[in-house]
Structure formats: C-alpha cells, structure tokens
Ligand binder design. Structure first.
Ligand code: SAH
Length: 294
C-alpha cells in the first residue's frame, strides 16, 4: 500500500531527527547457549563451522561459465515451484551430496548474463531460501594481478574476508558496511586438493575500475577482482550459510591488453580450469564430508 502524503511527511521528519536509529548492541545476540559467536565487526562469523555437508549450491553469474560442467556432471534441470522463470537451476545427488547449480537470472532486456551484485543477491536469496544449503559456493571467472603472482587460468579460493571496492560511504559505520568484509569458510585442505591459490576477493559492479576502487583493492591486499563474490558472501552471512568463492583468472588487471579483450581471449582456458577444479571438489564431497574437512 502506498503511503499517504501525510505518512511520507511524517517519515521524512523522523529521518531528519535520527533518534529512530537503534544503536546495535553486539551483546544482544549470539548469547552463550546458542554457540553462535557474537557480532564484533571485523571478525563477524555467524556461520557454523562444523557439521555434515548435505547440500551445496554452486552459483554462477554467467550460463557460459557453468554449461559444460553442468553437462559433464549430468545434472538435471530444475524448475523452482517457488520462483518459476527465475534463476536457471540444476540439481542431482552425487554420492553423499546434493549438488545444486544456480545461475544468475539472464537479463532479457539487454540479452546478457546477469553479472554483478544485483542478480547475485537475488540468486543467493532464492537458492538459500529454497535449498537451505550446508554451503554456498560462488564460482566463475575473475581478474587477477600479475604483480602479485597471478597467472591466467589460476584457480583461487577465498581467504579471510570478501570485500567491495566500489561502495564508498564515508559516514560512520556505513564506511565498514560499504567495505563489506564478509566472512568465508576458512579452508585447510581444499586449496591443496584443488591445486588452488588462496587470497582476498574484491567485488565491484564494473569490469574496469576507477582509481578510488584500485586504492581499496590495494588496501585490502586483494588478489582476485570480480563482480559477484561479495554479494553472495553478504547474503550467505546474513542467512548464516558458510560461503566459499572459487574463481579462475581470465584476465590480469595489471596486464597490458584491455580487460574485455583478455577476458574474451582467455575465457575458454579459464572455464576449463574452473571445471576441472569444481569436478575435483564434487568428487571430494561425494564421499560424504564435513565443513571442517575442507
Ligand atoms: N565481456 C563479457 C562480460 C562479462 S562481465 C561478455 O561479453 O560476456 C565479466 C564477468 O567475469 C563477471 O561475472 C565478473 O565477475 C568476471 N570478471 C572477469 N574478469 C574480471 C575483472 N577483471 N574485473 C571484474 N570482474 C571480472
């Protein structure tokens, strides 16, 4: 229902006065017997770190990043009764684990894949709500940094926090909110099993970058630049679902060719390597694993 003009006026007046903002007290949640750690800014990690992995949702931004792998695994197309026509989805049980693939909604107006954070949030919400996964994975391609040892075709797994580099909100706690800093599952064995490197991922809604974005990327020591991971990590964190990002390097941000050209030239190699790593990951999970085995 729409607000009456009077409501709208009242609402504005309230906002101007600010006291409606309730100061968040970390001691109010996560109290002892839940076993949930309290919220304390940087080290916020609500997701349970232990327990069996029953269902894993692998999210992708682009159908082209997922297609061959979906066929190789022989996953069954799935039409969600809750969200018909929303995300392209597939699922199958492989050994002990339910594997779901959920691809960001295709943008019909422009005829392109739904890359970026908006469609990622939508995908994350629909997938978490429907499948209640033990683990949410965001897989895809990304930019790397040659100066930091990044090589085209490298596989990176998330480490530490997942950041945003294009949300600049210099206003109290909103600054940290803008930075993201969302938690991801800490990994002990998986990097070796998948022959993957690890590093901080940084997300923004542009394939290129502005100098203010680059300053933030450098500040966070990010080794991977993409357009989705932080959005998936943010929603996963809100819903208490452990999160992992896995990206294959399709271009070098500090390379000497324009990013779109590199992306197109290397997309085949990057997705092949990604699929190899994801297949190893699923084979590992198929044996029946726990979060703490990763
Ligand atoms: N030129 C592509 C556009 C895809 S957008 C096309 O024609 O289809 C790029 C996608 O790859 C996003 O999903 C993003 O997460 C990832 N990506 C690859 N390299 C990137 C980079 N250097 N910076 C940001 N995202 C990148």
């Amino acid at each position: 229902m729409r607000n009456t003009p009077q409501d709208g006026h009242e609402h504005n007046k309230q906002n101007d006065r600010f006291p409606r903002i309730v100061k968040f007290n970390s001691a109010d949640i996560g109290n002892d017997d839940t076993g949930v750690p309290p919220l304390d800014g940087q080290s916020m990690s609500l997701a349970p770190r232990r327990g069996p992995i029953e269902t894993v949702v692998f999210t992708f931004a682009m159908p082209q990043e997922a297609q061959r792998w979906v066929h190789a695994l022989n996953l069954t197309p799935y039409e969600s009764p809750r969200n018909p026509g929303m995300n392209e989805q597939y699922k199958s049980k492989i050994g002990a684990v339910n594997v779901v693939v959920s691809i960001n909604q295709f943008n019909l107006k422009h005829g392109v894949a739904g890359v970026g954070t908006n469609n990622s949030v939508l995908n994350a919400f629909c997938a978490i709500n429907e499948f209640k996964p033990s683990l949410l994975v965001n897989a895809g391609t990304a930019g790397g940094f040659g100066d930091s040892g990044g090589v085209i075709g490298d596989i990176y797994l998330t480490k530490g926090a997942v950041m945003y580099h294009d949300r600049h909100i210099k206003l109290g706690n909103y600054e940290e909110y803008g930075n993201g800093g969302h938690s991801c599952l800490s990994l002990r064995r998986l990097p070796k099993i998948l022959s993957a490197k690890t590093g901080v991922f940084s997300t923004g809604n542009s394939l290129n970058y502005k100098s203010s974005d680059m300053r933030r990327i450098i500040d966070s020591d990010a080794l991977v630049k993409d357009m989705e991971a932080a959005a998936f990590a943010e929603i996963a964190e809100q819903f208490n679902v452990p999160f992992i990002g896995i990206k294959s390097i399709s271009d070098l941000v500090d390379g000497n060719k324009p990013t779109p050209d590199q992306f197109q030239d290397n997309f085949g190699l990057a997705t092949r390597n990604l699929h190899g790593a994801l297949t190893k990951f699923v084979r590992f999970l198929a044996n029946g694993r726990r979060l703490e085995d990763l």
